[in-house]
Ligand binder design. Structure first.
Ligand SMILES: *Cc1c(COP(=O)(O)O)cnc(C)c1O
Length: 382
């Protein structure tokens, strides 16, 4: 089977992990801070907090930004369920802004309309979470302007987008946001097995994220509240979780992130080939906004006869997938009062979408096979 995405592990990755396994520290050693530094220097952020998943990173980011009962978080329906779940996990309400039908990411015009209506109702959000779907950046500059006008925080879900750019700045530079989150799940751009990271330029958010990651406990002299702390002292000064990343995972991350440019470049080669080879078929190819550079985590196509094409590719051993079932149409979210029809652009996109294989290790031969299988599927429809 050719999957739609998969990790790429090289010998040096294995070596890096093995070295940690025979070292003194499996967790809370030198690897996690080294990985955080590596991420920050790549994306151009001041502070990084690596954790055990992007979901954890989103959760503690919402908490660090003060989200709680009585507050509201907005994200998009075209994302993985975790983007919305973290709002509820903080005790807040969650609502959605529909996507732009061309870029499949949050539509800033819809956002502005919804802000205007919500201001009248006194129901403005505390956090807006744009999702850089497939690696395509949201139009962050006008979003930031709206965040100043309507006084909300911006939390970027960049699970798909490490290595991408917007207006010549790296995604993760937090130029137009408070916090950015990356995922290192195996199917994402680089992997740590499971893992994620939050990055920010705000020192006080960094301190909060660090506390939330590890039980609300600190040994940092300037944070401790005990008057004359003993050498063994640790102070719990807040409420936190254990969302720590291990050094084993971080070592894999350090090894992987060294190849980030090469990985993104290969993804662009694959996408360029699809762009060319599929241009003549009745397929809507993914659109890349000219003011941004996509990391190309996914290559989502839209076809009118999705089900037949999907089955045909699966029969040929190509394990295509669909991203995403609109969150608000999931049974859990329907029980919260959302209805099919609430966010028509996300629903229409979903009805036609298929993610075809794109990943570093996809060979030219495998891609040619995928292309001929797609062409065959279309011919069979005629
Ligand atoms: C993968 C993903 C997540 C969750 O990431 P984990 O690291 O698996 O927790 C959140 N949001 C989006 C958009 C994702 O694709």
């Amino acid at each position: 089977m050719i999957p739609y995405g998969r990790q790429h592990i090289e010998d040096e990755d294995i070596q890096a992990v093995v070295e940690v396994l025979s070292s003194k520290m499996l967790t809370q050693g030198p690897m996690v801070p080294a990985f955080e530094e590596e991420i920050c220097s790549r994306v151009g952020a001041k502070y990084g907090v690596a954790v055990n998943s992007a979901t954890s990173a989103l959760h503690i980011s919402c908490k660090a930004l003060g989200l709680g009962p009585g507050d509201i978080l907005w994200t998009v329906p075209n994302s993985f369920v975790a983007s919305a779940n973290v709002g509820l996990l903080c005790g807040a309400e969650v609502d959605f802004v529909d996507i732009d039908p061309n870029t499949y990411v949050m539509d800033i015009y819809f956002l502005e309309q919804k802000l205007k209506e919500s201001e009248l109702k006194g129901k403005l959000p505390k956090i807006v979470m744009p999702v850089h779907f497939a690696g395509q950046s949201v139009d962050m500059k006008p979003l930031r302007e709206l965040s100043i006008r309507y006084d909300f925080k911006v939390l970027e879900d960049a699970s798909h987008a490490i290595g991408g750019k917007y207006l010549n700045k790296n995604v993760g530079s937090c130029t137009y946001s408070d916090i950015t989150v990356f995922s290192f799940h195996p199917v994402k751009i680089i992997t740590t097995g499971e893992g994620g990271s939050a990055v920010t330029n705000d020192f006080s958010l960094f301190e909060k994220l660090t506390l939330l990651r590890s039980h609300g406990v600190t040994r940092s002299p300037n944070l401790m509240e005990s008057s004359s702390p003993k050498p063994w002292q640790y102070d719990q000064i807040g409420l936190g979780l254990n969302y720590r990343m291990t050094d084993i995972h971080a070592a894999l991350g350090i090894s992987q992130i060294k190849r980030l440019e090469r990985i993104i470049q290969r993804r662009h080669e694959i996408a360029n080939c699809y762009d060319k080879e599929l241009a003549d078929l009745d397929i809507l190819l993914p659109f890349q906004a000219s003011d941004s550079f996509s990391s190309l985590h996914l290559y989502p196509i839209q076809v009118s006869n999705r089900e037949e094409i999907f089955h045909s590719l699966q029969r040929d051993g190509i394990n295509v997938n669909v991203h995403y079932i609109p969150i608000h149409t999931q049974p859990f979210w329907r029980r919260k009062g959302f209805r099919v029809g609430d966010f028509p652009n996300s629903e229409h996109y979903y009805d036609n979408a298929i993610s075809i294989p794109i990943y570093f290790g996809l060979s030219d031969e495998e891609q040619s096979y995928v292309i001929s299988s797609i062409k065959k599927a279309f011919l069979a429809q005629k």
